[in-house]
Design a protein around this ligand. Structure first.
Ligand SMILES: *Cc1c(COP(=O)(O)O)cnc(C)c1O
Length: 393
C-alpha cells in the first residue's frame, strides 16, 4: 500500500484538483515546480535555518511522567506548542512563503477561520516584507477579535467575506476568487493538508519536520526510532499529516487520528468527518465531507475552532477508509477534561484542539511498555476565554 500522494495527485480515490478552469494556470505552475524548489540545497538551508532560529526548532519531545503513571504507559508529547506563534502552523507558512518567493510572487493571500492560520501567514509576510491579505468570514471576524488585531499589528489586511454563512468556506471562496483575478503576482497559502493537488502533499512535506524530529529524538531517549503509537488531532489534518508522515509505511507503528465529535457524533453539532462524511468536493479536492443528502456542505461544530471543519484532508480520508489509521471522535466535554488534566498533571495548558488528541486515553488502553507519542499541536493561551467560560474559572 502507498499512503503518499501518487503522480496524479491522489491518495487512493481521494485528492486531485477540482478547480475552476481559470485557476488552472496558477495551480499548474505550483504543481510543476514545488518538488524541484523544495529539493534545492539553498531552499533547504533557508527553510531549516528559519525553523531553527525563528520558530525555535527542534521542538522538544517531552516524556510526560505523571501522565504516563496515570495511564500506565509511556507517553511522550511532541511540543509544537512551544513554536513561535504557539502552534505547528508556522512550519507550513514558512515553507510556502519561501516557495512563493522563488516563484517570484509579490503578494500573499490566505483564508482563515479562527484566525490561527491568518496569524501564521501574516507573521511570515512581515518576516519577508510581502503584502498580505487575509480573507475571513464576517462572523469569524466578530468572534475572533484578538487574532484580527494580531494580523493587523503584523501588517496584514483582513478582508471580510460577506456571503453565505460568513464563515470559513465563504472566506475560502473569496480567496479563490482573488487568486483567479491575480494569477501572476499572487501566491495562495492554504493552511492545512487540504486543497487541490499539490497543496496536501506540499503542506504535509513542510509539516513532516515533526515526525523527522520524533525519530531521532526517540532514538536518543529510547534507543529506537519508532514509537508503538503516534496520535494527533485532525481539523484539516496538517499537524496529523506531519506527525504521521515518516511512520506511514512503518507497519509496527500504529497511527491514531482524533477528530471532534462536538456535542456528540449524531447530535447535529459535530465535526466527526470520518464517521459522518461522504465522498464530496471541498476546497478543490475530492475527500470525505459532511454534507446533506443533496450535497450541501453541513455547517460543522466543535468547541475548538481549529477542528471546526466539515472535511478532512485527502490523505486522512484514505488512512480512514483503508484502515491504516484508527479514528476516534471526541466530544467537547471529554476534550475539555483532558485539557484540564494535562494542566494539573504536567503544568502545560494545551490548545483545545490538542486536548482532543489527549482524550485518546479515555477511548483506548495501551500496554505498560507501549511508547505513545502525541502531537501537542498548540498552546492554550488563545483558548483561555473558552476554558474560563467552560469551567467557570
Ligand atoms: C489549526 C490547528 C489545528 C488543526 O489544524 P490541522 O491542519 O488539522 O493540524 C490543530 N491544533 C492547533 C493548535 C491549531 O491551531
Amino acid at each position: 500500500m502507498n499512503y503518499n500522494v501518487d503522480e496524479k495527485g491522489y491518495y487512493g480515490e481521494f485528492g486531485g484538483a477540482y478547480i475552476p478552469e481559470m485557476l488552472y494556470p496558477n495551480v499548474e505552475e505550483l504543481r510543476s515546480k514545488y518538488l524541484e524548489i523544495m529539493d534545492e540545497p539553498e531552499f533547504k538551508s533557508e527553510f531549516n535555518q528559519l525553523l531553527k532560529d525563528y520558530v525555535g526548532r527542534p521542538s522538544p519531545l517531552y516524556f510526560a511522567k505523571r501522565l504516563s503513571e496515570k495511564y500506565n504507559t509511556k507517553i511522550y508529547l511532541k511540543r509544537e506548542d512551544l513554536n513561535h506563534t504557539g502552534a505547528h502552523k508556522i512550519n507550513n507558512t514558512i515553507g510556502q512563503i519561501l516557495v512563493a518567493k522563488r516563484l517570484g510572487k509579490k503578494r500573499i493571500i490566505a483564508e482563515t477561520g479562527a484566525g490561527q492560520h491568518g496569524v501564521a501567514t501574516a507573521t511570515v509576510c512581515a518576516l519577508m516584507g510581502l503584502e498580505c491579505i487575509v480573507y475571513m468570514g464576517e462572523i469569524d471576524i466578530a468572534r475572533q477579535a484578538p487574532n484580527v488585531a494580531r494580523m493587523k499589528m503584523l501588517g496584514a489586511e483582513v478582508r471580510a467575506a460577506l456571503s453565505g454563512s460568513r464563515t470559513l468556506k465563504d472566506a475560502t471562496n473569496e480567496a479563490i476568487r482573488d487568486w483567479i483575478n491575480n494569477p501572476v503576482d499572487t501566491h495562495y497559502i492554504i493552511g492545512s493538508a487540504i486543497g487541490p493537488h499539490p497543496y496536501p502533499d506540499m503542506v504535509t512535506r513542510f509539516q513532516s519536520i515533526i515526525s523527522e524530529e520524533i525519530k531521532w529524538q526517540l532514538k536518543e531517549k529510547e534507543g529506537k526510532e519508532n514509537p508503538d503509537h503516534v496520535v494527533a488531532c485532525i481539523g484539516g489534518g496538517s499537524n496529523a499529516a506531519g506527525t504521521f508522515y515518516h511512520f506511514l509505511h512503518e507497519p509496527d507503528v500504529n497511527i491514531i487520528a482524533v477528530e471532534a465529535a462536538g456535542k456528540g457524533i449524531h447530535s447535529g453539532h459535530s465535526a466527526a468527518t470520518s464517521k459522518l462524511g461522504k465522498m464530496g468536493i471541498i476546497h478543490g479536492c475530492k475527500t470525505l465531507l459532511m454534507q446533506t443528502a443533496d450535497g450541501q456542505i453541513t455547517e460543522p461544530y466543535s468547541i475548538s475552532a481549529g477542528l471546526d471543519y466539515p472535511g478532512v484532508g485527502p490523505m486522512h480520508a484514505y488512512l480512514s477508509t483503508s484502515s491504516r489509521a484508527e479514528f476516534f471522535s471526541i466530544t467537547d466535554e471529554d476534550a475539555m477534561q483532558a485539557g484540564l488534566e494535562l494542566c494539573k498533571l504536567e503544568g502545560i495548558i494545551p490548545a483545545i484542539e490538542s486536548s482532543h488528541a489527549l482524550s485518546v486515553f479515555k477511548e483506548r488502553r495501551f500496554k505498560p511498555d507501549d511508547i505513545v507519542v502525541i502531537c501537542l499541536s498548540g498552546r492554550g493561551d488563545k483558548d483561555l476565554n473558552t476554558y474560563i467560560e467552560y469551567f467557570k474559572l
